[in-house]
Design a protein around this ligand. Sequence first.
Ligand code: MRU
Length: 366
Amino acid sequence: MLVRGKPHRTIWLKADGPGCVQIIDQRALPHELVIEDLHSVDDVFLAIRDMHVRGAPLIGAAAAWGVYLSIVGQADKFDLETLIEDGEYLKTARPTAVNLAWAVDRVIGRLKTAESGHLALAKLEAELICDEDEEICRRIGESGLSLISDIAQGKNGPVNILTHCNAGWLATVDWGTATSPIYHAQQQGIPLHVWVDETRPRNQGASLTAWELCEQGVDHSVIVDNAGGHLMQQGEVDLVIVGTDRTARNGDVANKIGTYLKALAAFDNKIPFYVALPSPTIDWSIDHGKQIPIEQRLGDEVSFIQGYLNNEQVNVRLTPEKSPAANPAFDVTPARLVTGLITERGVCEASEEGLLGLFPERGKHD
Ligand code: MRU
């Protein structure tokens, strides 16, 4: 999508540096556009753990490039055991987004049976994962477009869509998941307005989604997380679309903390609540959402807030020094509160039957 009017992706191999993967360092947004060089497995591990890159699909793409960089680091001698160790290490960077383990296993699986050319194969597979992610997200936009255009046909004025966290192109390779139907609707000239939840504690909505929508020219307003229920009661929200970090077979959805409360409010107000779901984010090995590991992050993300002052990023304390803070980073929205799942193969009910209707090849447990 666009940055200063030019199309960008979130991750790529440096044109003249085959040992260097480049990312947009999202910690600096929306105030600065910083491109960071990653040269090693450790660099990728830290970029994922410390959220220079984040969002389930982009975490997967970064991990795939991490496996590639592991082989770059092996110089001329390919060693499968070291690669597997590096892969297991990468998988521990963050626990909730299933795309991380999926991508590591996919690239290593591709290499296990090869007798030579491992570096070239790893590069190819990482590039394929990125290209596929872009295409999946583009198709999610096509799948979700009619949800927006149907509402637009029945009303005067813009369609008001509420979203939580950043499930935009910055969370993927391109297009985004929850934002893809929005960008497709914008391209069709459908009048839109997006309510952007700030998404405490790290404010991915206020800093990342708002930045994307500015760059893309989509009308929006940033709101505090507590405003969503009120706006729904006032008839100011037509549709909620969020992303997901892991979805269980039965359609239970893990996403950024606070998503569940939005789903409850949407349910109470009879507002459609959709989850944009790329298929690599489905964990076919688990039956329900209670099996999804929930990341617990440092309390400092709650006790301090980050801002920009005199061209510098500053951290300001919010809470009494003696108050401990708890910081669960994700929650699980039960399938019964989800109106539907928007996938690259179409929209389905949030249930095992619904998912298997679109992905029949997953009929049996992995
Ligand atoms: O902690 P984050 O910023 O990685 O969490 C991101 C989210 O919860 C997104 O909504 C989710 O990954 C879907 S992204 C397409």
